[in-house]
Design a binder for this molecule. Sequence first.
Ligand code: GLA
Length: 739
Amino acid sequence: MSIQYFSDTHIFKLDTERTSYGIGVTEDGYVGHLYYGPRVRRLSAREGLRLHEAPPPAELGREKLAFLASFPFEYPTGGAGDFRESCLDVISEQGKPGCELFYRDYRIMDGKPGLPGLPAAFGTEREVQTLELDLEDPVLGLLVTLRYSVFAAEDVIVRSVLVRNGGTQRLRLGRVLSASMDMDNRGFSALGMFGAWGRECHKESISLHHGRQVISSERGVSSPQAHPFIGLTTPGTDEEKGEIYAMNFIYSGGFLAEAELSMFDQLRVVMGIQPRGFLWRLAPGETFAAPEAVLTYSAEGTGRMTRNLHRFYREHLIRSPWKNRTRPILINHWEGTFFDYDSSRLIRIAAAARECGAEMFVMDDGWFGARDSDNAGLGDWFVNEEKLAGGICVLAESIRALGMKFGIWVEPEMVNPDSELFRAHPDWAIQLDGREPSRSRNQLVLDITRREVRDAVMEPILNVLHEAEADYVKWDMNRYLSDLGSAALDEESQGELLHRYVLGMYEMQERLLAEFPELLFENCSSGGARFDPGMLYYSPQIWSSDDTDAIERLRIQEGLSMLYPMTCMGAHVSEVPNDQVGRVTPLETRANVAMAGSFGYELDITRTPEEEKELMRAQVGRYHRYHPLYERGEYYRLRSWSEAEPFDCWMVALPDGSEALITYVQVLGRPNVGGRKIYPRGLDPEAEYRIALVSGEGGEQREPVRSGDELMRAGLLMPPLRDFESRVLHLVRSWEDRI
Ligand code: GLA
């Protein structure tokens, strides 16, 4: 039993393998947070609710504000006098704000319900148990169900909230967040992931001060600026030791993650849909569903959090049939040609890539309408036959004749003003009356809250994909949302646009997958601007960044792989000097870094010299031999360039410790220094390991057989390398016949 209710103390106890979570209910029905942390045998003390310090209104009505200021709410509401961040703001029919929730009932069930129209974690009745707590605001007739799904094996609890108008008033919701946690401060810092285009998902620790510290996106997408994740770490937490409380949001629009330190040194952490710009009408009988937030706790540093989340996403969020399959090695021509191509150039690139071992050709932007640059054509989803002579089938057949799969790029949510679609339907773009909408990349955002708009783009796109019998789709989204007006929503519903947009996009992706159940699907948004757990529900991989420089990728991939399984990260080898930073890195290092993710090449391979093609053939061989370790292995971060080391080092090890792969990248070489020790993890301490250098130079392994405990404790010496050089080591338990 993962979930228990103790009626004598009115306490709910949720247990995973290593953690416990406690909720207590007061006499007058306030629902409070009691505990989250290492697993405990019993939770019986209600003192965590602090009722003796600030008595509840039933006991001391004259000081209700004092009670509201310190009660550790499980789901705080705004208006009654808890001045900390609220999760639920409700406005009555008379326009007055205020809501208070009181406990009514509970249900415990095996399994986990989904969420209509939203991505949702899943599991069998043996893998997950769900607690639903029904709360009510009796004045408004508002019913709020707090849902907790406990994934015991992964140490994960998934929270979401359903808000139902059970009264007679037409209510408006000013905000509905998905999760909140009130806890005592223990010198916590907040861990977040920040960045920008080309520098996505860089980890950053923020020390907390009194007041509110916000990690958020107001851009209509989860964004590269901030990631829908917040971790609270105790002092000294690193990869292997210390505590972290983590929240990650299964949603692909604007979000709010916030840590607020109150005047009583209590910490409130909240996560949910970005309240700015959100105003949702809730008529009698209607229900609003808030997306899911993923919670995990680790007492063994951030490494355990990472492995909890990786297992959880692999097993319980990613649906694709591809999630456990080795993905075909992809060649994308984008960085090699940009818009300058026709089918014969594409076929030449595909053929040259096939010779090197690539298995799938992806045709990127530029194949449709008048799309010769990013100034025109978006929205016109018919094949440009001047570029693709004879149509899409001819190209697709030529690619297949090479023995390759065929993939296509699309950007369904957008329109260029210079397009037939926009000229026919100017009101289909999101815009404000009387104002010229702000352009970005010369494009506007389609109002996909409207069914007719969704149909108008999906139908021609699906036709092309059917004609081409596409094996793969890259779904792009290349700007943020601004000028938030919809011609289809009435004046009272304009505040619903941002969330309805996300729901519309999810519906479009669901439709694509329903028509192509075997599709290998990759999401993308100006690089990694919509890399979030919501998208993983639809696509097993997401393009991580338009920055393909191997050194820049170290930080991006470190941040992403702290949360998501390695195969979720689209990662390609591109040409040097790198298009973004002009850096010249060795081809081997570019491949060793890209191989940590969903691997491919992104270049005009017809320009590649023969000796580099030889290297590529060897890389393809390595991919097939070793990439399954990334697919099935557990990930360990050994050292980090982002923490001022001159090198970066990570490894994957099969869960039984039988095999492991270590990648070491020297960022900057230094003269006259000795080698560096790294300390592998996840090995079998009892076993002997044979060690082979599978990529890179830098000295022979003089002792090719070492014991697991010696390797993990005494370390492994990596010789000094030169700028941007790298090594990959393969470790295999000596009795396995696999080296
Ligand atoms: C975005 C993507 C790129 C490429 C271009 C095409 O920038 O991130 O990979 O597909 O669009 O316009």
